[in-house]
Design a protein around this ligand. Structure first.
Ligand code: PGA
Length: 259
């Protein structure tokens, strides 16, 4: 496993309150194994952030908190939204931005994602963004996929590049929509090629900007399970973003066992 690979657990709306303690206990039980090589980030739904924070604190679990989304401003008339500043106060060090489930349902647009990334990278006092990108459909050629990814990255990071904001807290998650929740992850060859292409785009966009000496971690997401997690961690990867396999006690146990 790459040293201190990030393992992001995206609980979506699937983990009820009463399952949080059993899931956290598993992380504690496997903490020796985890601390050797991984950094666990748990992203509960907003209303369960405090409950999860308490469970982590009580059990001294080796994991930190993230959120699944935030507003694109710190304050204002945004009914139903949550400010990244509030997330930080609740204990979230990270926040997922532009998950494809939000992109396809119209809850996030290129513009809102750009604004969120710019806001989050503009201040060290806000959670670090985990920017999700990925093709919506299986494309026939690598060139078409890379073109789509380049467009997503360039649009999301336009403001950051223009303002020369530091990118040392940026994390990217490559998650093709067709691989999410389908049991069909991308092949390792495709992952290697996408990882390389994404790194190249980032290098090009930020050469000379503050923080570029730091390598932006690129995670893989989409049907990661105990069957393939090691393969994805052993390729030149920054880590993995896991949905389904991190939401049930038995599947998380199987996954942590093979780390
Ligand atoms: P999955 O979800 O692991 O269930 O495919 C990944 C994600 O949506 O982040």
């Amino acid at each position: 496993m790459t040293s201190h690979a990030m393992i992001v657990l995206n609980w979506k709306m699937n983990v009820p309150k009463e399952r949080i303690t059993p899931l956290v206990r598993l992380i504690v039980k496997n903490s020796l194994k985890i601390s050797r090589g991984a950094h666990i980030i748990i992203c509960p739904s907003h209303e369960l952030i405090t409950v999860t924070a308490d469970a982590l604190k009580r059990s001294h679990a080796d994991a930190v908190l993230g959120a699944q989304n935030c507003a694109q401003t710190l304050w204002g008339a945004h009914t139903g939204e949550i400010s990244p500043q509030s997330l930080k106060r609740l204990g979230c060090s990270y926040v997922i931005i532009g998950h494809s489930e939000r992109r396809v349902s119209g809850l996030d647009s290129d513009e809102s994602i750009r604004e969120k990334i710019e806001l989050l990278l503009g201040s060290d006092d806000l959670p670090a963004p985990i920017l999700c990108i990925g093709e919506r459909q299986r494309v026939k050629s690598d060139a078409a996929a890379i073109k789509a990814l380049t467009a997503q990255i360039t649009t999301a990071l336009k403001g950051v590049a223009q303002k020369k904001l530091p990118v040392d807290r940026l994390i990217i998650a490559y998650e093709p929509l067709w691989a999410i929740g389908t049991g069909e992850p991308v092949s390792l060859d495709v992952w290697r090629a996408r990882h390389e292409a994404i790194s190249r785009v980032i290098q090009k966009l930020f050469s000379g900007a503050p923080g570029t000496r730091h390598i932006v971690p690129i995670l893989y997401g989409g049907s990661v399970s105990e069957k393939n997690v090691r393969n994805f961690l052993e390729t030149p990867s920054g880590g993995v973003l896991i949905g389904g396999a991190g939401q049930q006690v038995d599947s998380l146990e199987r996954l942590l066992k093979v780390l």
